[in-house]
Write a protein that binds this ligand. Structure first.
Ligand SMILES: [Fe+2]
Length: 391
């Protein structure tokens, strides 16, 4: 399907290689950055993963670095401000972000302040508010799920009032994404499963979004196949470099897909489950994905039939309805496999959500920005029914 209008703009240079994070001097030399702010979290710092990466920067001409490692699990305004102040200490010319989504979002927001100045990054929140390119940002993901290393979005919590601020701008695309699967080898099984299911949700929701186009589809469909073939293996055998490599690349592809096509009702619900009951994002997506697919069944079944093929369904000779149902069952089967392997919950109740919270979650889901791109109108009463089924 070719829509009447679409665009595809993707400026991030993506490099993949095992061990690459320890030496990407060629790229650094091209950038010509000699003072660099390194942003990570305390857990990764303690793991010893950061030191060899910072050491490797010297090979590419970086003479001075300063480290900020106080990124909380959900990126917050205070952390952005402090990270920027660290960068200013050495007049940083670029930023290296090593971590998951929270680290990368913090780095994107810190880059805004560091480049454009001002005290409050919240002054730049919203869409397309930036007036000039930012300092080079190199994103090195240590999980395989968020895809934040290739998106133009950052979400930062204003901890003073509990509101999440979104930043969306073409200048927020990282300059370079370094995909080094060795960095993901030590991810525990449950985190691997959650983040992998987040990536699968990005790919499936991007494929049915109102903004889907042939480019986003190409990325979605490849990502779905790679996740189907490698996620369970990466969870069961964390040291499997091949499975880890495939998952890291799949997450990246899914990130490109949803950056261009956006997501839908599964993310609306999981954002709201996260806000109300603090269920981790990937876990909420994993629980809600098949139910969200059922919500969209009537308008998205043709697409689900395509998704089914990538999930290994033998669709030949099947009616569209049957193939689409089989796709949803494949998602359920993958979830069941992950539950057996690492105990990933497949019910909202099991994830600690209270039944009395469901009406509030349904209300927030309708208001969530992702609902705007869902192929079917997001109606509160029906979302509540869906949440009850997932409970
Ligand atoms: Fe997500």
């Amino acid at each position: 399907m070719v829509p009447d209008f679409f665009q595809f703009y993707f400026p991030t240079k993506v490099l993949f290689q095992a061990g690459l994070s320890r030496d990407f001097s060629n790229e650094l030399s091209l950038l010509g950055v000699s003072r660099m702010l390194v942003i990570t979290d305390s857990h990764l710092l303690k793991s010893g993963m950061i030191e060899p990466i910072v050491e490797g920067l010297k090979l590419g001409g970086v003479e001075k670095t300063v480290l900020f490692s106080d990124v909380p699990p959900n990126s917050e305004l205070t952390a952005v401000k402090k990270a920027c102040e660290k960068g200013m200490e050495i007049e940083a010319e670029g930023i290296l972000a090593v971590g998951g989504g929270s680290v990368m979002d913090t780095a994107k927001a810190a880059d805004i302040l560091l480049t454009l100045g001002g005290d409050l990054v919240q002054d730049y929140s919203g869409a397309h508010t930036l007036t000039s390119p930012l300092k080079p940002l190199i994103a090195v993901p240590t999980t395989a799920g968020t895809g934040s290393e290739v998106t133009q979005v950052a979400v930062i919590l204003d901890e003073s009032n509990g509101v999440k601020l979104s930043f969306l701008d073409r200048y927020l695309y990282p300059t370079i994404a370094i995909l080094d699967p060795e960095l993901t080898l030590s991810m525990p099984p449950k985190l691997t499963a959650m983040t992998g299911m987040d990536a699968l949700t990005h790919a499936i929701e991007a494929s049915t979004s109102l903004e889907a186009n042939p480019y986003s589809d190409a990325f979605s469909m490849k990502a779905i196949r790679m996740i189907k073939d490698h996620l369970a293996k990466a969870v069961q055998t964390g040291s499997d470099l091949k499975a880890r490599s495939n998952m890291l690349v799949a997450s990246n592809l899914a990130g490109v897909a949803f950056d261009h096509a956006m997501v839908g009702v599964v993310h609306s619900m999981s954002h709201s489950v996260g806000a109300v009951a603090h269920v981790p994002h990937g876990m909420a997506n994993s629980i809600l994905l098949p139910w969200g697919m059922e919500y969209n069944f009537d308008v998205a079944k043709e697409r689900y039939s395509d998704v089914g093929k990538r999930l290994g369904v033998k669709t030949q000779g099947m009616a569209v309805d049957e193939a689409a149902r089989a796709a949803i069952e494949e998602v359920r089967a993958l979830r069941a496999e992950l539950k057996r392997a690492c105990g990933l919950p497949d019910r909202l109740g099991e994830a600690g959500v209270k039944e009395s919270d469901l009406p509030k979650i349904a209300q927030l889901s309708v208001e969530d920005g992702s609902s705007f791109y869902n192929p079917r109108e997001v109606v509160e009463a029906e979302v509540l029914e869906t949440l009850k089924r997932a409970y």
